[in-house]
Ligand binder design. Structure first.
Ligand code: PHE
Length: 339
């Protein structure tokens, strides 16, 4: 029995030194301390020992069991520490590595054009005003001398809302709102979104942006309007730009005009963008109709004014050679990151 105990002890010491994983340790525990383990068997065999030797044998087995148990705890502890150490090494973070930058956002091309346009007019004394996108028929049409039979009121063009209001079809109602609250001189630039119920294609979209401008004072002349538009064209499209004006019609201006700028791509020689004409149409304008001045309570015999309105999408498309208006609204980063 004594020899048996000794050989189990030696075997256990050898096995322990071979253990390198948690499973090894568990197997070893079962082998020696399990229900059919070697130590358990020793206890069962104690009945074969002479009665007077039994207490001493029992003591030996107890000691051995104690030794193996605490050795198992120690080795297990060592293995777990090793595993943790390895994991820490693998997952170590090098805090000295440079971080990944998240990249800067870009300004939307429409916002870019809008800002440039506003800046140009602010530099010559215009200040910015805004009005609501949900408008009444009065501000969008009536006060602007657009009679109820005018085709612009057609359901085809205007988004009418259930509450009797509508989405403004242009920024011209801001003229009325500003003039109602101010006495001349007023010199205003009004940027904003407008909505039209049109078929969506490469050239037209159900919403777009306009910049409206107007100036009312006691002696505002048509030639001043021409001068301001010429200045604006040079600032936005380049020093060599020229403007050309053509007669047109808007109910709220008289006379009305459309303004073209010389094609900045071919310098007026004629190319694909200007359709061989050398000119690009950029805005509508005119002298504010006396009926509009009267609708806000101005004395149309004492004050005059001019007004103009331009589409920001169209100008942006010309500036950057963009051929589809829908690109502005799709938020595709491949497009947006180019600006
Ligand atoms: N409101 C006009 C449009 O949407 C543009 C315009 C504004 C024309 C001011 C003349 C004067 O087409």
């Amino acid at each position: 029995m004594r020899d048996k105990i000794n050989s189990i002890q030696i075997q256990a010491e050898n096995d322990l030194s071979d253990c390198s994983t948690i499973e090894d340790i568990e197997n070893l525990r079962v082998k020696f301390l399990g229900k059919k383990g070697q130590i358990t068997l020793l206890y069962q065999n104690i009945k074969d020992v002479a009665p007077e030797d039994r207490p001493q044998m029992g003591q030996f087995i107890n000691d051995l069991k104690q030794k193996i148990t605490s050795a198992i705890v120690n080795v297990k502890d060592r293995i777990e520490k090793n595993i943790l150490q390895k994991r820490l090494e693998q997952e170590a973070i090098d805090v000295t590595l440079p971080g990944r930058s998240s990249g800067f956002g870009k300004i939307h091309p429409l916002a870019k054009t809008m800002r440039s346009v506003i800046k140009i007019f602010q530099s010559i004394g215009f200040s910015v005003a805004q009005g609501p996108e949900v408008e009444t028929e009065y501000y969008n049409f009536d006060a602007l001398n657009i009679p109820s039979y005018h085709p612009a009121r057609d359901m085809q063009d205007t988004f009418f809302l259930e509450n009797g209001k509508l989405l403004r079809t242009h920024t011209s109602p801001v003229q009325i709102r500003v003039m109602e609250n101010r006495t001349p001189p007023v010199r205003i630039i009004a940027p904003g979104r407008v909505y039209r119920n049109e078929a969506i294609n490469a050239r037209s979209y159900c919403l777009f942006h306009q910049v409206e401008g107007f100036y009312v004072d006691s002696s505002v002349t048509f030639s001043e309007l021409k001068g301001v538009l010429g200045y604006f064209a040079k600032e936005l499209f380049g020093e060599d730009s020229k403007i050309r004006i053509r007669p047109s019609f808007f109910p709220f201006t008289e006379p009305s005009l459309e303004c073209d700028v010389s094609c900045f791509l071919c310098s007026g020689k004629g190319c694909r963008v200007c359709k061989k004409t050398g000119w690009l149409e950029i805005l509508g304008a005119g002298m504010i109709h006396p009926a509009v001045l009267r609708s806000v309570g101005y004395d149309s015999s004492q004050v005059q004014g001019y007004a103009f309105g331009m589409g920001i999408e169209r100008i942006t498309m010309l500036l950057y050679g963009i051929n589809d208006i829908r690109l502005f609204f799709e938020n595709d980063l491949r497009f947006l990151s180019q600006f």
